[in-house]
Write a protein that binds this ligand. Structure first.
Ligand SMILES: Nc1nc2c(ncn2[C@@H]2O[C@H](COP(=O)(O)OP(=O)(O)OP(=O)(O)O)[C@@H](O)[C@H]2O)c(=O)[nH]1
Length: 268
């Protein structure tokens, strides 16, 4: 695709502040953990965003701020899939270039930002990493609706994580907007000798569901950049197409607006 035209501009994350959330949330019963929210406030044309966990005993924590003027496009990408398939590692690999040792389970949602430049246009990727554990499902479902793209992840060494995909597709059907771009990702290809899901089988499944398909290794960094950058290129293409279709309703480069919904894409 257009990866030659892409340069990284900057990245930031909630991870340092969210470690305090993680710790507090680990001590909190799921029923007490009401929700994790992103709050946006507009002051003098600068948008400040912060994430809080609403729960007794947990103080709201300011996580990051960003200006709406320093990008051409803003896309929200949400990772979903069973616990342990490697969603957090994929996000960390892409945003921080590392494979975190002893990665704990995600509590609720985590949030990172990375800005890339594609053919001279700055693209801010807002990446939401959701918990795969069933007990957080009611929290994570609320993040689907505003997503421009969903990365549905399974573990190629875990048949169970593949078998659960129809269940995840039902979640997407129910909670995501119907114009969302979805890509199926088989992670952990560095563990080839433990593979339980053949590539052809996964490709056929993705084809049948009109999804893109890619295999990755967060550990070895295989296809991780490609995953996010191809997705960004696809979202830009869709946004431009949407602009053509709707004349002036979609944002164009330089307008710096959030693209909330995109027209349906031809995934084949
Ligand atoms: N070999 C290998 N291990 C991986 C890879 N990606 C993740 N892991 C390991 O898989 C385990 C789970 O990774 P996470 O990124 O926490 O998985 P997750 O999907 O975010 O899990 P939840 O937060 O519980 O939903 C960790 O022990 C990682 O080190 C990979 O590409 N290769």
């Amino acid at each position: 695709m257009c990866t030659d035209d892409i340069i990284e501009v900057q990245s930031s994350s909630s991870s340092s502040s969210s470690s305090s959330i993680r710790q507090a949330a680990e001590d909190t019963q799921p029923e007490e953990l009401c929700s994790a929210l992103l709050r946006l406030c507009l002051f003098d044309e600068v948008t400040y965003a912060y994430q809080v966990v609403q729960s007794p005993g947990i103080s709201p924590v300011f996580l990051f701020s960003m200006s709406m003027e320093d990008y051409d496009y803003l896309f929200k990408i949400v990772l979903i899939g069973n616990a342990g398939v490697g969603k957090t590692c994929l996000v960390r690999r892409f945003t921080q270039g590392l494979f975190p040792p002893g990665q704990g389970a995600t509590i609720g949602v985590d949030f990172m930002i990375k800005t890339v430049e594609i053919k001279g246009e700055k693209v801010k990727l807002q990446i939401w990493d959701t918990a795969g554990q069933e007990r957080f499902r009611s929290i994570t479902q609320s993040y689907y609706r505003s997503a421009n793209a969903l990365i549905l992840t399974y573990d190629i060494t875990c048949e169970d994580s593949f078998r659960c995909l129809p269940e995840w597709l039902r979640e997407i059907e129910q909670y995501a907007n119907n114009q969302v771009v979805t890509i199926l990702v088989g992670n952990k290809i560095d563990l080839a000798e433990k593979r339980e899901v053949l590539r052809q089988r996964a490709e056929d499944f993705a084809d049948a569901q009109s999804m893109l398909y890619l295999e990755t290794s967060a550990k070895e960094s295989d296809n991780v950049e490609k995953l996010f950058l191809d997705l960004a290129c696809e979202l830009i293409r869709e946004a431009k197409q949407n602009k053509l279709d709707n004349n002036d309703t979609a944002p164009m480069p330089g307008e710096g607006k959030t693209i909330s919904y995109l027209s349906c894409c031809n995934l084949n």
